[in-house]
Design a protein. Structure first.
Lengths: 425, 572
């Protein structure tokens, strides 16, 4: 069933909002909401920038995907194949992505130090190592925060995470936290099932309690609660929730992305970007291959990745969205060049690869190089903050931006990482 | 469910009863002694409470902070119910407490909540807390039987098993992890899912939970910024090499139960009298490790379990039992426990994260942490006593309202906590669930024990995101974000709580002979433990008008608003 029809039936949204507007704590979104109804349809098609992060949870072995070492003792059994980009070779189990490599670039000289899942996950998402006293904002929060102004008519959250929790908004505050959905696009508990007049009366009552509690100055979490409430009301009444309905795509399109969680997630990412959502993260887990890695990769992980990623890149390119949409493929780290006794690879952060493409990135290039056994980066090494700075640059977000953490300390965007120059023309 | 009967019965220790009597005597003796009595009252005659108060106050004066005013009776009553038994007070419990004029009524209430009347609720709450600590919230781990874990925890907390035995039972557990099976021992669930890959997770989690040491990074290399060394990880790991997890399958795939057994271990070198393991340095060099505790204490490196030779000579070591003894004797053990329990009541511990007591991570109140740890040991690790000291402290009695004199005391912005006001925090999902049952009086009809717990697990699972790593890392969307608000707006749990069905909570209020004003009062008392303001009464009356005298529908609207408020879900 449509996300909003049941709710809106029998009453216009403006009528509904005229009720809600009476409730001060919820008034701001109400106004924005009303404005959005009045907005010119042509404006909705205005260009906006977005980013899609393909998050490979668990730490994929990039030596077996993007930076093969055939013949090396550490190399594993996979063979490299040529791609649509001159001089770039990738794994034989990624034939579809190989045809899209002219849209993508590789950084083969990532070198980081966090080889614990949670620490690596935090570091790669924020550009900062975990610090017990400050929570840093992740890619999604930063990009949504910087780009939300480009899409004033967006009624759904600007930071969507499909299938995983991503990393939170840190000091940017709860209103920039990821909206987590499953890959089928089902959003739980969306249907209120009561008449809008009654809902708005309830909200007015609720608003009075919220304001009283906020007025008692007990701490920031009481305000955060009210902010998230108004975002929720906005979302519950929005037609834009349709963009989550990935099952509404034609069957052949769904098939092209693959009938997998990650495939549906990538297709949803395309729909959300079309709607104007500045940041979407799609999760593909299962890369923590301490045992039996090669069979897992060739039979399972790589085919799923290959199909969905290739469909996403080519779809964005065909629809003219790629020039405004950055794609980032990465995990929290990679895996040891040495193959362990269980036929697996363990955690390894010292030398590994990420893939980027779209937006302002130069396409079809390889940055950096690792040694013949894959154990060292032999060119200039790049960090999480360098990668983050580069992604922000590709979206025309100023690297001069400085945030103020809750304790008043200034925090440079992307932890003052330096742009990876070879990724830009 | 145990209902509070206001009998004045005090189930605390005799020393405590003494104070109670002393104060009565002082009051009887007249005015000159009243001041002295009040002074005593501040720590209820408990030296541990006095110690906490002095230490925390010293921190205030160092930082030039003026603590907030005391919380109201209603606020304090709500807070202490939530924190000790995991739910808001009933209207009756609230009214009884507010009406009580005893100068030691706080001590009386804590005594009751820790006493026999509430033993089931106490055990349920702490079993929930510890299930999350020991095995997480995810339901997807085949190697853990949550019911088994919880049953064991409930039993431990209802008997108030001393904390040292609690730790030791978990670390050394043998037996089957599923209840109803022969040889059932629910404690095995702590380790049953952590023994793969030579017990790496067992090593990391045991050090983290019981000693406050983060060793997971040192599995592969020396720690970059603390003193942890790779050899220490593997020497700690060596304690787990005699234990084996035997899987019993149902059909071909599904693990039906797991039995933990200790067996002689020959070591990776094949010599059981010198049972060793090997680990690899970053440069590929192999090193050897034997069981050595973090403080350098060595244990006989034999892999044989204790036994007797024909001539009666004893030999062998049970490595897990040796480890449990070393943990219990370690000064880190009570500190880690105190830090965890303190943070349960204050929202912040003395370190962040609470399970990192490494030297690189200086605590906010080192003397208080050490001193409470020693006193916890001195009290034979009686967890209920520790809870009593914490909840009767001055800091715990303060309002959450921030004044000019303590606006800088805000750990949410990264400052070290000074505990000069109560810090807001959202209820844990388990607390919300239980509070909704209590507030709607649905708890009396609810299934009890494990059946109720499984229902709660199922509801909770909508908020759990498992990252699918070997470490079992997970996160929750029950964090104040949109999915949580949608659940509160439209979810089944709240739908049920705000239902108008015959005989339900709202129906009973609507059918009672109360006036509308009294009805509204009782909704506010049940959820927010306070009276409605004039403005709120006005809005509520408008709601009555809008529903055209359909009282139950109006009550439903008000109730929905109250339950969805920040004030309800935030422990303040």
């Amino acid at each position: 069933m449509s996300a909003s029809s049941r709710f809106i039936d029998g009453m216009s949204r403006r009528h509904f909002m005229s009720h809600v507007a009476g409730a001060a704590a919820l008034a701001a979104p109400a106004t924005a909401f009303t404005n959005s109804i009045l907005a010119n349809a042509a404006d909705l098609k205005k260009r906006h920038k977005s980013a899609i992060l393909l998050w490979m949870g668990g730490g994929p072995s990039t030596m077996d995907i993007w930076d093969l070492k055939p013949g090396a003792a550490t190399g594993g059994p996979f063979k490299p194949i040529s791609t649509s980009a001159d001089g770039i070779q990738i794994c034989e189990h990624m034939p579809l992505v190989a045809q899209q490599m002219h849209h993508m670039s590789l950084v083969r000289s990532m070198s980081t130090r966090e080889a614990d899942h949670m620490r690596g996950r935090y570091y790669m998402h924020t550009g900062y190592v975990p610090n017990p006293n400050v929570e840093h904002p992740s890619y999604g929060a930063v990009i949504a925060h910087e780009l939300a102004d480009q899409v004033p008519d967006l009624e759904i959250p600007p930071f969507v995470s499909v299938g995983s929790g991503s990393v939170g908004p840190g000091f940017l505050g709860m209103s920039w936290s990821p909206f987590v959905v499953d890959s089928n696009g089902n959003v739980r508990n969306l249907d209120m099932g009561i008449d809008p007049t009654r809902l708005s009366q309830r909200l007015e009552m609720l608003s009075a309690i919220e304001e009283k509690f906020i007025g008692e100055k007990r701490g920031a979490s009481s305000d955060d609660h009210a902010k998230v409430l108004s975002k929720t009301v906005k979302l519950m009444t929005s037609d834009q929730m349709e963009s989550f309905k990935v099952m509404k795509e034609p069957k052949d399109v769904q098939d092209r992305y693959g009938n997998t969680g990650f495939g549906r997630g990538c297709l949803m990412a395309r729909r959300l970007v079309e709607q104007g959502v500045p940041f979407v993260e799609v999760d593909l887990g299962g890369w923590d291959n301490h045992a039996d890695i090669f069979k897992t990769l060739s039979d399972n992980k790589l085919p799923e990745l290959d199909k969905a990623m290739a469909a996403l890149v080519s779809d964005l390119a065909e629809r003219g969205l790629l020039d405004d949409t950055a794609i980032i493929w990465m995990g929290e780290f990679s895996r040891t060049p040495n193959i362990n006794g269980n036929g697996g690879r363990d955690h390894w952060a010292r030398s590994w690869s990420v893939a980027v493409g779209g937006a302002g990135f130069k396409r079809g290039v390889v940055v950096g190089e690792t040694s013949s056994d894959g154990k060292e980066v032999v060119t200039e090494p790049y960090s999480a903050q360098d990668l983050m700075a580069s992604v922000l640059k590709s979206l025309d977000i100023s690297l001069e931006t400085t945030f103020t953490a809750k304790n008043g300390r200034p925090m440079k965007i992307a932890n003052a990482g330096k742009v990876i120059k070879e990724l830009f023309a | 469910m145990a209902r509070h009967v206001h009998s004045g019965r005090c189930s605390t220790k005799s020393a405590f009863l003494g104070v109670h009597l002393l104060i009565v005597v002082c009051l009887a003796a007249g005015a000159p002694l009243a001041a002295a009595a009040r002074e005593k009252d501040e720590h209820f005659g408990l030296p541990e409470v006095k110690f906490i108060n002095e230490q925390v106050a010293a921190g205030w004066s160092d930082a030039k902070l003026k603590p907030s005013e005391p919380a109201s009776d209603q606020e304090w009553c709500r807070r202490v119910h939530l924190d000790i038994i995991g739910r808001v007070p009933t209207v009756r419990e609230l009214n009884d407490y507010v009406a009580d004029s005893s100068p030691v009524k706080r001590a009386d209430l804590v005594g009751r909540l820790l006493g026999d009347d509430y033993v089931d609720e106490y055990a349920r709450n702490w079993a929930d807390v510890w299930t999350t600590v020991l095995v997480g919230r995810s339901l997807e781990n085949d190697n853990v039987n949550r019911s088994g874990m919880r049953q064991w925890l409930r039993r431990s907390f209802s008997k108030n098993v001393p904390y040292d035995r609690f730790v030791s039972d978990l670390v050394t557990a043998t037996g089957v992890n599923k209840s109803g099976e022969k040889g059932f021992n629910g404690a095995t669930n702590f380790l049953s899912g952590k023994l793969e890959d030579n017990g790496i997770q067992a090593t990391a989690k045991t050090a983290q939970v019981f000693l406050g040491l983060q060793v997971q990074c040192t599995q592969c290399h020396n720690h970059p910024f603390n003193k942890g060394k790779q050899n220490q990880f593997w020497e700690f790991n060596a304690f787990f090499r005699q234990v084996r997890a035997l899987r019993k399958f149902e059909g071909t795939r599904d693990v039906q139960a797991i039995e933990l057994v200790d067996e002689d271990w020959a070591g990776e070198g094949g010599n059981a009298s010198q049972a060793e393991l090997y680990y690899e340095l970053r440069n590929g060099q192999m090193k050897v490790a034997y069981p050595v505790f973090i403080d350098g204490t060595t244990v006989d490196s034999t892999g044989y379990l204790p036994a007797k030779m024909d001539d009666g000579t004893e030999y062998g070591v049970n490595r897990r039992q040796a480890l449990a003894q070393l943990i219990v004797d370690s000064p880190l053990m009570p500190k880690a426990a105190v830090n965890r329990i303190w943070s349960h009541f204050f929202g912040y511990g003395f370190t962040r994260p609470i399970d990192d007591l490494g030297e690189h991570n200086a605590p906010s109140h080192p003397e208080l942490l050490d001193g409470l740890g020693e006193r916890f040991r001195g009290q034979s690790f009686d967890t209920k006593e520790l809870i009593r000291w914490i909840t009767l402290s001055h800091a715990y009695s303060l309002s959450s309202r921030i004044g000019k004199g303590n606006a800088t005391d805000d750990p949410a912005v990264g400052e070290k906590p000074k505990f000069s006001h109560f810090y807001l925090r959202q209820m844990r999902p388990e607390e919300l669930y239980q509070s909704l049952l209590t507030a709607t009086e649905a708890d009396q009809a609810e299934e009890k024990g494990e059946k109720a717990a499984r229902k709660k697990d199922e509801w909770l699972s909508q908020f759990i995101i498992a990252f699918g790593t070997d470490e079992g890392d997970e996160a929750t969307t029950f964090n104040g974000s949109i999915p949580q608000v949608l659940m509160m707006f439209n979810g089944d749990l709240v739908k049920t709580a705000t239902g108008t069905g015959k005989g339900g909570f709202l129906d009973r209020i609507a059918a009672s002979d109360m006036t509308n004003a009294q009805r509204i009062d009782s909704l506010y008392a049940a959820a927010l433990a306070r009276k409605p303001t004039r403005k709120e009464i006005k809005l509520a009356n408008q709601m009555m008008v809008a529903r055209k005298g359909d009282a139950i529908s109006a009550l439903q609207d008000i109730w929905w608003a109250v339950l969805n408020s920040n004030e309800f879900i935030i422990n303040h």
